[in-house]
Design a protein around this ligand. Structure first.
Ligand code: ATR
Length: 285
């Protein structure tokens, strides 16, 4: 029998997830269907939709904008990375129980390390932004043993993210996993940024959506640095700036496919080969 999955968002027309998961299914011989479903924006609309799918026998779903926080609240059991992110992009139905996970950070780390062949271990990262996207990727970046510095237009939010991570790490990971990384820092000001260089600058802001520039010192990129924008589809002002100042540049298409692969793995226990899927999406652009 075909196992049913879906991605839920609003709007959802633009989603590439059905195409990606269909390619994964073909490649691995898994008998699944995967569709895009729009949930109503009004209160309770998302929850009702998820319960409906679960009760119809769906096996799980991906969750995208603007429902990742609602999915976090809905899941009865949360992975550690979803707890830190306070956001869920992958739900798995285990009987009546709803399990929640967040594969965004794992997708980012895998794209950087496996596809782009950069090691994050011991490297200095500047994470731009302190919204949902930044929270979503922060624990997997730390688990890759990178040193994270957070810079945000609204400094308070960068401080909150860095503090939230520190609390979590002190409580748990440091003692349990013995990982080697510095405690996450927040960068107070543009002036402080001017005296620093980073091996990775990761744009987790939504500035690219509106084509806005993020003011950054041109000296921010260490030699051989990678500038990674979590957006895809077109060159953002951040990517242009990085290219003009000597960094290697990547967009978020690989992350999109890798987070999908991680969801597929959670549901099916099989890790698809992402390279051909990334290649298809790149040529389709
Ligand atoms: P998301 O879930 O995509 O992270 P969000 O929670 O609304 O969305 O967060 C958006 C992030 O992008 C925030 O860090 C925001 O900065 P503020 O906290 O100062 O609002 C950042 N951002 C959005 N537009 C920006 C811009 N033009 N320049 C710099 N940062 C921007």
């Amino acid at each position: 029998m075909t196992d049913k999955y879906a991605v839920i968002g609003n709007p959802i027309d633009h989603s590439k997830s059905p195409q990606i998961h269909k390619m994964f299914a073909q490649q691995t011989g898994q008998d699944i269907s995967y569709e895009a479903i729009e949930a109503p924006l009004e209160e309770g609309g998302f929850k009702d939709k998820v319960i409906q799918l679960r009760d119809k026998g769906y096996r799980g779903c991906n969750v995208t904008v603007p429902f990742k926080f609602e999915a976090f609240k809905l899941a009865a059991v949360l992975s550690e990375r979803a707890q830190v992110a306070q956001a869920v992009n992958t739900l798995k139905f285990d009987g009546a129980t709803i399990l929640g996970d967040n594969t965004d950070g794992a997708g980012l780390v895998r794209d950087i390390q496996q596809n782009l062949k950069f090691s994050l271990q011991g490297r200095d990262i500047l994470l731009l932004g302190a919204g949902g996207a930044a929270w979503g990727v922060s624990l997997p970046l730390l688990e890759a043993e990178a040193n994270i510095n957070i810079f945000n237009r609204t400094t308070d939010k960068a401080q909150q993210l860095s503090h939230g991570l520190q609390v979590f790490l002190k409580r748990d990971l440091y003692t349990r996993k013995g990982l080697k990384f510095g405690l996450p820092n927040f960068v107070n000001s543009y002036a402080e940024l001017s005296s620093k260089q980073f091996d990775f600058v990761i744009n987790a802001t939504s500035a690219g959506l509106t084509g806005s520039e993020i003011p950054l010192p041109p000296t921010i990129f260490a030699p051989g640095a990678l500038a990674y924008d979590m957006m895809y589809g077109r060159e953002t002002p951040f990517m242009k700036f990085a290219r003009e100042h000597g960094a290697q540049v990547a967009d978020g298409l690989g992350m999109l496919v890798e987070q999908a692969a991680e969801s597929f793995y959670i549901w099916r226990g099989i890790r698809p080969d992402t390279a051909p899927v990334i290649a298809v999406l790149r040529t389709a652009k």
